[in-house]
Design a protein around this ligand. Structure first.
Ligand code: AMP
Ligand code: MG
Ligand code: MG
Length: 228
């Protein structure tokens, strides 16, 4: 990897989509440097041949904390979530994600999952002095997801529909798919394809949220210039 390109991607990681609660159509681009990323990848209810159905509900809520300096994942969160509106998973959904009916039946409602996730994040913020806001001193952190779907569409839509309060910190993220496209000037064939293009193999199970989050973190580490 050339130095120019690796330096570029470091800068590009500062391209963060900011979604304003009251200005839904406006995306701001800000230049920032980050020390930590919370890499997140939701799985939701789904049906064969139906992409991005408006009635989707989150069924797996996983995230990993990536230290960009070391390239290490230093903490993980995973919670299965019980769908309330359509509680029975389609056979397609279980086969795609590997998530079983028993796992979601034993899961928690989305609001509880957001609460548990917030507690996990809060303790990491204290431990590693993370700051999600430029005005607050500390180690700069933001979210990272493969595409905008997780935070712009999936979580936003379900929280609005169910009138669940969505914490402010979910309104800022880096779209790793977009960064990949800009960096390598090519359209990847999914997350596994993006890794494969770099000579890496997807570890674990594709479309398992926790595996997707870990592999997205691996991809970011590879793209980040201070590493490798
Ligand atoms: P992913 O992170 O790629 O596993 O996808 C997140 C969610 O998008 C999944 O949990 C599904 O709800 C939905 N999804 C992904 N692939 C498909 C597909 N081929 N057909 C329908 N829904 C899908
Ligand atoms: Mg995903
Ligand atoms: Mg996934």
């Amino acid at each position: 990897m050339s130095k120019n390109k690796t330096t570029l991607v470091r800068r590009e990681l500062g391209l963060v989509q900011m979604r304003q609660m009251n200005v839904t159509s406006k995306k701001l681009t800000v230049e920032q440097e980050f020390q930590y990323l919370v890499v997140l990848d939701f799985e939701s209810t789904c049906w064969e041949g139906k992409w991005n159905a408006p009635e989707q509900e989150i069924i797996e809520f996983p995230a990993v904390l990536l230290n960009l300096q070391s390239g290490e994942v230093i903490s993980e969160f995973q919670q299965y979530v019980m769908p309330m509106e359509q509680p029975v998973l389609s056979p397609f959904c279980t086969s795609l994600t590997g998530i079983t009916q028993e796992q979601v039946d034993a899961g928690v409602p989305l609001g509880t999952s957001i609460y548990l996730f917030s507690k996990w994040l809060q303790s990491l913020c204290e431990q590693h002095k993370l700051s999600f806001c430029a005005a607050v001193p500390g180690n700069r952190a933001t979210f990272a997801t493969w595409s905008d779907w997780d935070l712009e569409i999936c979580l936003q839509r379900e929280c609005t529909r169910k009138r669940i309060r969505k914490p402010e910190f979910f309104n800022q993220w880096a779209d790793v798919k977009l960064l990949y496209k800009k960096f390598y000037q090519r359209k990847p064939k999914g997350l596994a394809g993006a890794l494969q293009d770099l000579g890496l193999t997807f570890q674990g199970r594709e479309h398992s949220g926790i595996s997707d989050a870990r592999n997205t973190a691996t991809l970011i580490s590879r793209m980040s210039p201070r590493l490798k």
